[in-house]
Design a protein around this ligand. Structure first.
Ligand code: PLP
Length: 354
């Protein structure tokens, strides 16, 4: 049975988007490819209001999260974590042989400048964190965090995982002035998984020149050289890029501010429902994500609730990491609509009544 996905990614992909991906194949070194690549880069810049380099790499978002650390850190970084994906970013550093100092923010709380006060030192080469922690449903103010990093060490690079915030919430790329901002296709772009995107600063590229062992696939300098010519470094997922081009047109037509408001409206519907019907939301008030609602289960038997929901054709997501057993998550991003969320919530009501 096919189910409508209100998951945290991959998310539901509309029929017209799937059709857009069935255009005839082209090779990745021809004129048509260059036009496709250049168009996508321009549209991403326009949607996110930035003139940073835009790198497109086949793989899930993690490939470019790892590339950022691998290219930008020779020996030492500071990793701020408030959940599973923050922990992952620290692991990406340590498994690549870097010394990563950890800043632990309580789960469910936002990352704030005071958490890193006195922690960014002269030998901190980079600071990395997650903009929208998908395990807790917390959206942190990355503009403020990036500023606090630079105030302590203007040479420290800032690396932001925007996997579940980009295109759902205004991450204010220009104000953030980060060195890498990474996301993938299977979240708020409402596409299948398989393409990672990085907004990359000149500072990170300069730093990469001094960092050894960048590998081949993840070498940002090699990627940049091809990207300047509107090529990918290795064979890109062309069909997915047709879909991305299509989705970016849809997004620009909707308008980014309208899109962000739609996400806010969907999030409000879910929060209101959680307060009325269950044990409220997990994250702290005032810092909740507009793309992922993390709801307290309270006494709800989630497994039984979810299997009934799935039998009615709807799927949400389990809790994740340390709060797996006490929460569950509803994805409301990309092409999801307030009407679609109302429909989901009314089916959830009927499951609760059963
Ligand atoms: C915040 C965050 N960061 C990183 C990832 C990993 O992304 P991917 O599976 O595309 O590599 C995810 C996936 O859910 C995520 O939610």
């Amino acid at each position: 049975m096919t189910r409508k996905l209100f998951t945290v990614g991959p998310v539901h992909v509309e029929e017209d988007t799937l059709r857009a991906m069935t255009r005839p194949m082209i090779t990745h070194r021809c004129k048509e490819y260059k036009e496709l690549h250049a168009g996508i880069v321009e549209k991403i810049r326009k949607a996110l209001n930035t003139d940073m380099d835009v790198f497109l790499v086949g793989g899930s978002a993690t490939v470019l999260l790892e590339a950022a650390i691998r290219n930008g850190v020779a020996s030492k970084s500071l990793g701020i974590t408030s959940g599973s994906f923050g922990n992952r970013s620290i692991e990406l550093g340590t498994l690549n042989g870097k010394e990563v100092e950890k800043v632990q923010v309580p789960w469910g709380k936002a990352i704030r400048p005071e958490h890193i006060e006195g922690r960014v030192t002269g030998d901190t080469e980079a600071v990395h964190w997650v903009s929208n922690e998908s395990s807790t449903g917390v959206f942190s103010d990355s503009v403020a965090v990036a500023k606090a990093v630079r105030e302590q060490n203007p040479d420290a690079l800032t690396m932001v995982d925007a996997v579940t915030s980009a295109f759902a919430m205004d991450i204010r790329v220009k104000d953030m002035d980060a060195d890498s901002i990474v996301f993938g296709t299977q979240k708020a772009l409402s596409l299948p998984p398989g393409l990672a995107v990085m907004l990359c600063s000149e500072r990170l590229l300069e730093k990469a020149k001094q960092v050894p062992n960048r590998g081949f696939y993840m070498d940002l300098l090699k990627i940049k050289k091809q990207s300047d010519d509107n090529y990918a470094l290795t064979t890109p997922p062309v069909s997915l890029m047709y879909g991305l081009d299509y989705q970016l047109d849809r997004m620009l037509e909707e308008g980014m501010q309208t899109r962000y408001r739609r996400h806010q409206e969907m999030a409000d519907l879910v929060r209101n429902w959680a307060d009325r019907k269950l044990a409220g939301m997990f994250p702290e008030e005032g810092h909740m994500s507009n793309s992922i609602g993390v709801l307290n289960r309270g006494p709800l038997d989630f497994d039984s609730f979810h299997s009934k929901l799935k039998s009615k054709g709807y799927e949400v997501s389990n809790g994740y990491g340390d709060v797996k057993e006490k929460t569950f998550r509803i994805g409301h991003m990309g092409d999801a609509t307030p009407d679609g969320i109302r429909e989901l919530l009314s089916v959830m009501d009927s499951v609760l009544e059963e």
